[in-house]
Design a protein around this ligand. Sequence first.
Ligand SMILES: Nc1ncnc2c1ncn2[C@@H]1O[C@H](COP(=O)(O)OP(=O)(O)OP(=O)(O)O)[C@@H](O)[C@H]1O
Ligand SMILES: CC(=O)N[C@H]1[C@@H]2OC[C@@H](O2)[C@@H](O)[C@@H]1O[C@H](C)C(=O)O
Length: 370
Amino acid sequence: MSLKCAIGLMSGTSMDGIDLAVVTTDGEAEVQRGPGSFTAYEASFRRRIEAALDDARTIDKREERPGDLEELEREITLRHAEAVKKFLADHPQLRAELLGFHGQTVLHRPERGVTVQLGDGALLAKETGLPVVHDMRANDMAHGGQGAPLVPAYHAALAKSLPEALGEFPVCFVNIGGISNVTFVPAAGDPVAFDSGPGNTLIDQWVSREGGVPFDADGMIASEGGVVASVVASYLESPFFGRAAPKSLDRNDFTLDRISGLELADGARTLAAVSAQAILAAATQMPEQPRLWIICGGGRRNPHIVGDLRAGAKGAQVILAEDAGLDGDAMEAEAWAYLAVRSVKGLPLTFPTTTGCREPVTGGVLTMPA
Ligand SMILES: Nc1ncnc2c1ncn2[C@@H]1O[C@H](COP(=O)(O)OP(=O)(O)OP(=O)(O)O)[C@@H](O)[C@H]1O
Ligand SMILES: CC(=O)N[C@H]1[C@@H]2OC[C@@H](O2)[C@@H](O)[C@@H]1O[C@H](C)C(=O)O
């Protein structure tokens, strides 16, 4: 068994910063999780990425970089390089062999076969002196897949090493990021996965627009409000929820259009309910009801989302990643480290049951430092 020590780098749809995590792995069952870090984007940079989503709408071929995108790609890459260099300086004992680089998604249009992550693998390799695997979504799309979610291969590996006391399959990992995605892991057989709906992105946009804060910290704003059931129902009527998996979302597929006229607190509480109900609706599209839900991503810190999930989980246990000995903030970055090792070994990153690709496919572009 040959183990590799990789660093994963994730700048997610919440656009809040760069998550970095170390995983030492054979790319299969052996997973040793290491330290990590988070480098926040300042508000003005977050706004710049948000504005870039508009520039990206006009992209036809995925290599196009209209408007600010070319300059922004360089800036995002250099910020990742700085995050890696600082982390390596803080952890001089670490012998990292490889970087798994997600970049920043600015457009995801699976129906057109286009997904664009800003991130220059060659520049990152040059700046850090380390081999880089990036662009892990494209090959999946080229093989008929959605190009997302990719984290299920990692969820499936983690599920196999859960503490005995939690060993209740089927397990469902839920990542509540900007967008939420779910991975159903049966006791035997392939995981089933798909994007399940808006996670925090609508809440973030709402409290930012109506309250001038970037997110609803610990659901405090929502605590002052109530659920407006008609608005939840209106979101849940979206054709996305009726569509069978595989399916994936662009950050802008759901908007605040359905929620005008509410008070700040009612809106925050209602959108937390939308996030939870979207996840519960996803359970109806799984092969069977999960017996254990493991909640990851920043949305697990919103007690209203988690509370609504517990209330609707039909007797299944709903726990946070930390209750399973995992790290709910680092998991996506860990996944990108794990997937980078799978990529260099030529192992599949995605499966027909996770993205709809025609057969299990590997992916990613490896760039060696000069
Ligand atoms: N203390 C908190 N209380 C409530 N929500 C929080 C808290 N901390 C973070 N969040 C939410 O989590 C979001 C970040 O989550 P995360 O880092 O998992 O998203 P992401 O990785 O960017 O998204 P994706 O998984 O879609 O790529 C923030 O934008 C915020 O909405
Ligand atoms: C295109 C893209 O970046 N999609 C993200 C997004 O954020 C969450 C959800 O939508 C998920 O499908 C995906 O990220 C995770 C990490 C994934 O691919 O597994």
